[in-house]
Design a protein around this ligand. Structure first.
Ligand code: GRF
Length: 209
């Protein structure tokens, strides 16, 4: 059984997709051990509580320094002894100590087809603003392992989504969530839980599919 912890900052629709698919069995061999948010008002925490999952807030506001916050975050995560950490809309830069400790055991969902529209400053609606400003006809989402860079880790899954004439960043964001994020994030967890993802020389391979 793969024990996962999910880190969130906002509404938690990606978290909800994971919860629903673990419940339905579409994501197999997986147990959600905790949900942690940096934001105490995140609706994702309510979603976790409604599903009977341990939910905690580790807020930077409660600590005197960034280093203390990062230490508390890592201590809280370590206490749950999980196999995989899932960043599902977590708007905190992951401490380097955590990346080192959980190498190839942290995954993130990014709302574009990496390497387009990613890196520093490409989060939330900004990603979709950049895609529309460039006039691309296709965008999508990417699930990748987290390494020391920003959105540079091994790519596990991607799914393309069509851009339509007249799209606003908000409309595109919603379509990418519905047609890509809520599908490939749970799918990536299921693949990892069933031993089907292998990283060799910085490239993630899906095996036995
Ligand atoms: C998603 O668009 C995700 O790709 C991005 O933040 C958003 C999170 O949404 N990183 P939610 O909290 O899962 O609803």
């Amino acid at each position: 059984m793969l024990r996962i912890g999910v880190l969130v900052s906002g509404g938690g629709t990606n978290l909800q997709a994971i919860i629903d698919k673990v419940k339905s069995g579409e994501v197999s061999n997986t147990e959600i051990a905790f949900v942690i948010s940096n934001n105490e008002n995140a609706y994702a925490l309510t979603r976790a509580q409604n599903a009977g999952i341990a939910a905690e807030c580790v807020s930077p506001k409660k600590y005197a320094s960034r280093a203390q916050f990062e230490e508390a975050l890592l201590d809280t995560i370590d206490a749950y002894q999980v196999d995989l950490i899932v960043l599902a809309g977590f708007l905190v830069i992951i401490p380097e100590a955590m990346i080192k400790k959980y190498k190839n055991r942290i995954i993130n969902i990014h709302p574009s087809l990496i390497p387009s529209f990613c890196g520093t400053g490409a989060y939330g609606l900004h990603v979709h603003e950049k895609a529309l400003a460039r006039g691309v006809k296709v965008s999508g989402a990417t699930v990748h392992f987290v390494d020391e860079g920003t959105d540079t880790g091994p790519i596990i899954l991607q799914k393309a989504v069509e851009i339509k004439e007249g799209d606003t960043p908000e409309v595109l964001q919603r379509r990418i969530m519905e047609q890509a994020e809520w599908i490939i994030l749970p799918r990536a967890i299921d693949l990892i839980a069933n031993g089907k993802v292998e990283v060799v020389d910085g490239i993630a391979h899906i095996i036995g599919e």
